[in-house]
Ligand binder design. Structure first.
Ligand code: KIV
Length: 277
């Protein structure tokens, strides 16, 4: 059964915690979906994890559409939320509507996420009014990394804490169905979570949000320099390296492929073939 917006509202009400994780391709999406994680985010973090950029600001609409289509093909039940990339929604509301529409119509996404609080509220409202569910994202919003001057925890002083609370309320009033809180103090995340009727999904925002989202490469141990807010549940880099070294050695030492991985033709056919050479 496809997870829908309503499920997340019910989860907040019943106190069932929401798990979300990013995925960028069909194979990972299938696994995330298989274990029953209700929300997959096609994050623009794919700029870092998949495309090797230093920042998400390089990610484009075609990049996002390409990966969204692959994830959607792998997700039978999970809701697929996709990021609106940098400058796809900031220039005008018309642009935002057109690009959110493309994510749903061409990409097959079930919802979009955009960054920014009060400044993005009107845009979010118009996308919701067009019938597209929206997730908000406040705190450390990576598309504004140049404005923030790097990875810095947000909302640590009274004024910025107040501003973040106002941002969250503005997004809720705009009709978003969930808000990602990134890199803010535990105490502020708790205040925002208690204040809202819609769920908060934290990343570097402590244990009191209604749910948690992580970048899949971080939790699987595929990231070189992982940050404090993440936890490795597997060391896939090591597993993959070991497998590749074993493969390299087997090929070089003629141990792979063996007869087990080979195909044969009928001996008469071979004799016929050789007689004609
Ligand atoms: O792009 C992304 O992966 C995100 C998460 C960090 C929430 O926006």
């Amino acid at each position: 059964m496809r997870i829908r917006v309503q499920h997340f509202k019910e989860m907040k009400k019943s106190g069932k915690r929401i798990t979300a994780v990013t995925a960028y391709d069909y194979s990972m999406a299938r696994l995330v979906d298989k274990v029953g994680i209700p929300m997959i985010l096609v994050g623009d973090s794919l700029g870092n994890t998949m495309l090797g950029y230093k920042s998400t600001v390089r990610v484009t609409m075609p990049d996002m559409l390409h990966h969204t289509k692959a994830v959607v093909r792998g997700a039978k039940n999970s809701m697929v939320v996709t990021d609106l990339p940098f400058m796809s929604y900031q220039v005008s509301i018309d642009d935002a509507l057109r690009n959110a529409g493309r994510m749903v119509q061409e990409g097959g996404a079930h919802a979009v996420k955009l960054e920014g609080g009060a400044r993005s509220a009107e845009t979010a409202k118009r996308i919701v009014e067009a019938g597209i569910p929206v997730v908000g994202h406040i705190g450390l919003t990576p598309q504004s990394e140049h404005a923030f001057g790097g990875f810095r925890v947000q909302g640590k002083d009274l004024a910025s804490a107040h501003a973040l609370l106002d941002d969250a309320v503005a997004l809720e009033n705009a009709g978003v169905f969930a808000i990602v809180l990134e890199a803010i103090p535990v105490e502020l995340a708790r205040v925002i979570t208690d204040r809202l009727d819609i769920p908060t999904i934290g990343i570097g925002a402590g244990p009191d949000c209604d749910g948690e989202i992580q970048v899949i490469n971080d939790i699987l141990g595929l990231t070189l320099n992982s940050r404090k807010h993440t936890k490795e549940y597997a060391s896939l880099s090591q597993v993959i390296e070991e497998a590749l070294v074993a493969y390299l050695n087997d090929v070089e030492q003629s141990k792979f492929p063996s007869d087990d991985q080979s195909f044969h033709v009928d001996e008469r056919l071979l004799a016929d073939l050789l007689s004609k050479i």
